[in-house]
Design a protein around this ligand. Structure first.
Ligand SMILES: Cc1cc2nc3c(=O)[nH]c(=O)nc-3n(C[C@H](O)[C@H](O)[C@H](O)COP(=O)(O)OP(=O)(O)OC[C@H]3O[C@@H](n4cnc5c(N)ncnc54)[C@H](O)[C@@H]3O)c2cc1C
Length: 445
């Protein structure tokens, strides 16, 4: 049985892996290079992930995949620190005591923020999360000062203009993921990476796919999917790929464009899905700037979400030739004007804010700057509506969608993508082939 997987991000590659293990003859097509948002890039004199990635101890699906790929021994774990730039000061933000010591916030707000961090992740997840904004939900937990003087900044930084209309489901999912990571890693934040970064993971994944007979065709944008009598035909500028079944793994608006057979209302719903994008300045510097992996920025004058100093997780002497690698993300919904601003303007604003917060980034510090962009990184749920999840099965046996808009937690992470792909493959194999379908059964074949 022949399958085409359209999109070679982690979702598409993990799906192809599972389908090929289940005995299908798989071709993967990607408009660009295999890897999607997890691709690597040359920065100054080394190569690392184009967007900052860490692995959390709670990333069960990803960790299991790494074991299967024989990369378990390449994992490196680091206990990390977080900081907060607030009231023009750099403060640690790792313990309850750190929270109590933050300047500018009234004690009652700190106590309510602490209470929320403990209790909110255990709150019941129900449809009421769709009917209030993240801001309303945070206000209810932390009170007006806790929202206004703390959370408002973080929400704006994480979502840009979408902060005003994103539903509470977003912030709930974010807080729950961080809490479960903390629980799995013991006290404090423990983050991990694979030696060599995602380049190692993707390289091993592609080797494994090749060994399973999977063909990966890069630079082949899927332009249409046509139903034919005995299957589907997938059109790309490089030619037409006939198959029994196609799986689309890219974002909803592209899925809507590719599937004319969807009912009109469904196609419009997918087209209108709001997505978050990012314009991320990457700076390589001569020296470390702080001990923090994440520095949250609580400051109306700053355009930054935070300062992500990756070399406080990743061993700089082994991976970045001893240089500090710092990501300065700026998030905004897909249609925001920021995505049309040129790289020089984005980098200049980000580096100006960085130097104000960390003067050590001035002088001769900077060795390299670049801007990495993506306009469709994750769907963002709008208040007043349930998250837009595409149908999993569009034409039974022939056309399927497996994309990250189907995840219940609306947050970016590769572990959930791998889990999504595994479950979709198992369902498909069980239904179509009627044979073994759980991971253990497929592997045992
Ligand atoms: C700033 C940032 C930080 C992140 N941090 C982390 C982290 O710390 N930990 C973590 O686990 N995850 C993190 N992620 C998320 C992680 O990168 C994503 O979850 C993951 O890459 C999504 O994979 P995907 O396959 O669903 O989508 P994508 O990676 O977007 O892949 C989709 C693929 O489809 C292709 N495509 C689109 N249209 C077509 C078409 N018409 N024809 C053919 N191909 C097409 C694209 O070229 C792309 O390769 C981060 C992401 C970003 C942007």
């Amino acid at each position: 049985m022949r399958a085409v997987v359209a999109g070679a991000g982690m979702t598409g590659l993990a799906l192809a892996h599972q389908l090929a293990q289940g005995g299908l003859q798989v071709t993967v097509l990607d408009a660009q290079s295999a890897g999607g948002l997890s691709l690597s890039q040359r920065f100054h004199d080394f190569v690392w992930d184009r967007f900052y990635h860490v692995i959390l101890p709670s990333d069960r699906e990803l960790l299991q995949l790494l074991e299967e790929l024989g990369l378990g021994g390449e994992l490196v774990w680091r206990r990390t620190q977080q900081g907060c730039w607030i009231g023009d000061r750099l403060c640690p933000l790792n313990t309850a005591l750190d929270l109590l010591r933050l300047p500018t916030l009234p004690l009652s707000a700190k106590l309510r923020i602490g209470w929320m961090a403990l209790r909110a992740p255990r709150a019941f997840e129900d449809d009421r999360l769709d009917s209030q904004t993240s801001a309303e939900w945070l206000r209810a937990w932390c009170g007006e000062p806790g929202y206004r003087d703390f959370w408002r900044h973080l929400l704006r930084a994480k979502l840009g203009s979408a902060a005003e209309w994103v539903s509470a489901r977003f912030i709930f999912a974010t807080i729950r993921r961080l809490a479960s990571a903390r629980k799995a890693g013991g006290s404090g934040d423990t983050f991990g990476y694979v030696r060599g970064g995602y380049r190692t993971i993707l390289g091993r994944m592609l080797e494994r796919l090749a060994a399973l007979g999977v063909r990966v065709v890069e630079g082949s944008k899927v332009e249409s999917v046509r139903l034919v009598r005995d299957g589907v035909e997938v059109d790309t500028p490089a030619g037409t790929f006939p198959a029994d079944t196609v799986f689309l793994t890219m974002h909803n608006p592209m899925v809507a464009e590719l599937l004319p057979m969807l009912p009109d209302a469904e196609r419009l719903r997918l087209q209108d899905t709001a997505y978050l994008g990012v314009a991320c300045t990457v700076a390589v510097g001569r020296r470390p700037l702080s001990a923090n992996y994440i520095l949250n920025v609580v400051d109306d004058r700053s355009c930054l979400t935070g300062v992500i100093e990756t070399t406080n997780v990743v061993d700089a002497s082994a991976e970045t030739n001893g240089h500090a690698l710092v990501y300065l993300p700026r998030y905004a919904p897909t249609g925001d004007p920021i995505h049309r601003q040129d790289d020089a303007a984005i980098a200049e604003a980000a580096l100006r804010d960085l130097r104000r917060i960390r003067p050590a980034a001035g002088g001769d510090w900077l060795l390299h700057q670049s801007v990495q962009r993506a306009r469709f990184i994750q769907p963002i749920p709008r208040v007043g509506a349930a998250p837009v999840r595409p149908p999993r099965e569009v034409v039974p046996g022939k056309v399927y969608v497996v994309n990250n808009a189907q995840l219940s937690a609306c947050i970016l992470n590769n572990s959930d993508c791998v889990g999504l792909a595994r479950r979709a493959a198992e369902r498909f194999l069980a239904r179509q082939l009627g044979g073994p379908h759980t991971r253990r059964e497929v592997l045992a074949r």
